[in-house]
Design a binder for this molecule. Structure first.
Ligand code: FNR
Length: 365
């Protein structure tokens, strides 16, 4: 049998991965009261865990001010740590690895999702188009308030604390959510950052927040157990930058010096949770590969064949799958044996119960 590139082992930080199929972070809004992970979530992740395979658990706010989707789990209380421990233990029992994606949505929120119904925060007071998910249903993003310079160290500290609590919960590492127009991305791109202090202006300043929170996570975990996710050129969350190549090129070069476990890159053919150009080439991984020398996880619109091709050409080391993992708990086996995939049901992506979550069939069931 021909060796399939996706199914050869590889190294990432201190880990030896047995294959290169990664479960992408996927917000599913099924946590319990208090944003606490529960047994249902443990079952869902365990279904998708494989021996020596990596799961990146869903985006998880590091502070009560970081929510844009009601029902997301958090990582800032002890009850949440205890809930996550159940998830982590269930994945480890199957021989899998699991990282937690650390999140702050910034302006992609609404007072209904904020403690005391205050305005969400952002680098600058510029509103995004789109909707947050409150308990009562979708609501247009609120007008954000620009963070004062003196407040930023506290936000950085909330990421450090989230990283620490993730360690307490037993995760194998953490991923900084620097993609999809959330707070770190809002600082990075000049369409959302018009600050005139040390966090705004030239790219060296706009990248400061992302690099500081990454460093904060490294201070807890060591470098090989911290990854960063970026989505260069994605317009999700009304994002834009006047020179994405320079912006993301600079960030990749800086992250390269930090010795990360991996850089996780979402291809611009994806806008958030949907494909906008199926046939677009995976340009982001190809470009950033020239600047970042550590492991790269590519994501966004991959199928078995295109994932194998990207790994063969050397533009990525691993490939993350999102929607295919939602619908196929045994995706790794299906890709390896070239079996047909279940189709996903978008109506049950966000919130609800076991339906569309843990009831997708395994092959042969
Ligand atoms: C996502 N995506 C996403 N990305 C992220 O960084 N953190 C998250 O929590 C989520 N949540 C999420 C929920 C749902 C329901 C979907 C469909 C997507 C984006 C996801 O990780 C991935 O980048 C895209 O789905 C594109 O990959 P696929 O689906 O084409 O393999």
């Amino acid at each position: 049998m021909i060796t399939q590139p996706l199914f050869t082992p590889t190294k990432m930080g201190p880990f030896k991965l047995e294959h290169r199929v990664v479960m992408a972070p996927l917000t599913r809004m099924r946590s319990s009261e208090g944003n606490v992970p529960n047994e249902l979530m443990a079952e869902y992740y365990a279904q998708r865990a494989t021996q020596g395979g990596l799961i990146i658990a869903e985006a998880t706010p590091v502070s009560p001010y970081g929510f844009g989707y009601a029902g997301s789990p958090g990582i800032f209380t002890q009850a949440q740590v205890a809930g996550w421990r159940k998830v982590v233990d269930a994945v480890h029992k199957k021989g899998g690895l699991i990282f937690l994606q650390l999140w702050h949505v910034g302006r992609q929120s609404h007072p209904l999702l904020q403690p005391g119904n205050i305005d969400p925060v952002a680098p600058s007071a510029i509103r995004a188009e789109g909707e947050a998910y409150a308990k009562t249903g979708p609501v247009a993003f609120g007008m954000p308030r620009a963070l004062a310079l003196a407040e930023i160290p506290d936000v950085v500290e909330s990421f450090r604390r989230g990283a620490e609590l993730a360690k307490e919960a037993g995760f194998d590492g953490v991923e900084i959510h620097g993609a999809n127009g959330y707070l770190p991305d809002q600082f990075l791109q000049d369409g959302t950052n018009t600050r005139t202090d040390i966090y705004g202006g030239p790219i060296e300043n706009r990248a400061r927040f992302l690099l500081e929170i990454t460093q904060a996570a490294i201070s807890v975990w060591g470098e090989g157990r911290v990854g960063v996710r970026l989505s260069p050129s994605s317009s999700y969350g009304s994002m834009h930058d006047s020179d994405p190549k320079a912006t993301f090129g600079y960030v990749a070069q800086q992250l390269d010096k930090m010795g990360l476990g991996y850089l996780h890159v979402v291809e611009p053919r994806i806008k958030g949770n949907e494909t906008i150009d199926e046939r677009a080439e995976p340009v982001a991984a190809r470009y950033l590969r020239t600047l970042f020398k550590g492991p790269i996880i590519a994501a966004g619109g991959f199928q078995g064949t295109s994932a194998q091709a990207l790994i063969s050409e050397g533009s990525a080391d691993l490939v993350a799958f999102g929607r295919a993992f939602i619908a196929n708990p045994d995706l790794v086996r299906r890709l390896r044996d070239d079996l047909a995939l279940n189709t996903y049901d978008r109506d049950t992506f966000y919130g609800g119960d076991a339906a569309g979550y843990t009831d997708y069939p395994f092959t042969g069931s």
